[in-house]
Design a binder for this molecule. Sequence first.
Ligand code: KG4
Length: 333
Amino acid sequence: MKILAIESSCDETAAAVIEDGRKIISNIIYSQADMHKIYGGVVPEIASRKHIEVIEGITREALKNISIDEIDAVAATAAPGLIGALLVGVNFAKSLAFSLAKPFIPVHHLRGHIAANYLAFPELKPPFLCLCVSGGNSIICKVDNYTDMSIIGSTLDDAAGECFDKVARVLGIGYPGGAIIDNLARNISEDFYKFPRSNIKNSPLDFSFSGLKTSVINTIHKSTQKGEDINQNKLCASLCQAISDTLVPRLALASSITGINTLAIAGGASANSIIRADIEKMATDKKLYLLPLNLCSDNAAMIGAQAFYEWRAGNIGDSYQNATASMDIKINF
Ligand code: KG4
């Protein structure tokens, strides 16, 4: 079963062809990051317009070494994400699918992130726990089956990636900020700034990053007002450590509460070196799947992987299929 998959939920326009949910035949990603850089974040209207401009070319590129006649279905991210951006991918994929008389498969973006693991690890099967941390979401997901999963821990406000990106904006070091902060934090072991770690009363698997974000930004502003230099490397290391200290113990707790000892990670912020090192230390007595960096950030290969399992479960879209800005990971399309 070969699926052509489209991803356009934020600022990457991507197309891929995936076989049986596990094998990457092609995987093309066009990042709009350079266009959004000057604004310090994604501008939804600009993102939608750029998706319209490049989606056909990116799809042709993904189909370069395979005939369209060999494609059995077309999939697209249909939720959650920027609504205008999602609509471009959904309508493009739907039109293509119906013009070819093939099924259209709508895919939940976070289910896709989790499914990136099926591409990297052929032996991985549910059940497992996945820490999925991206620009818009930070969750601990219990994956009971390929299309049956639930959030058991989550940020109550900002995502980890949002925290990285906004701090980077205030520091003026570029967009997206996560990888830049990660690099600046390298080789610093000291937690100099000791930023706060959240604790949610009666909700041990939930967390919050907005207080952390405010604390880091206030530290930067106070130093600027006093005319003092901020040590960017130390600040970035303390931020990464605070985020990791928030996420990793909760993943460990989720494992002991559920009794599930198979762990995976996903999402752009799961590329963070401190988070990855801390998870490796925590999971010495567990089966850990550490997703390769090239599959952490948004891509269409992960959508094609999940689409295969949605198709197998009968979760097929019709011509009325819409895109949705937010949607629980539990719900099937
Ligand atoms: O998964 P993703 O590509 O897009 C969403 O689905 O949101 O995640 C993008 C996020 C951005 O916030 C970016 O700053 C962050 O992932 N990111 C990182 C790293 N690489 C990307 N955050 C921390 N450390 C990194 N190395």
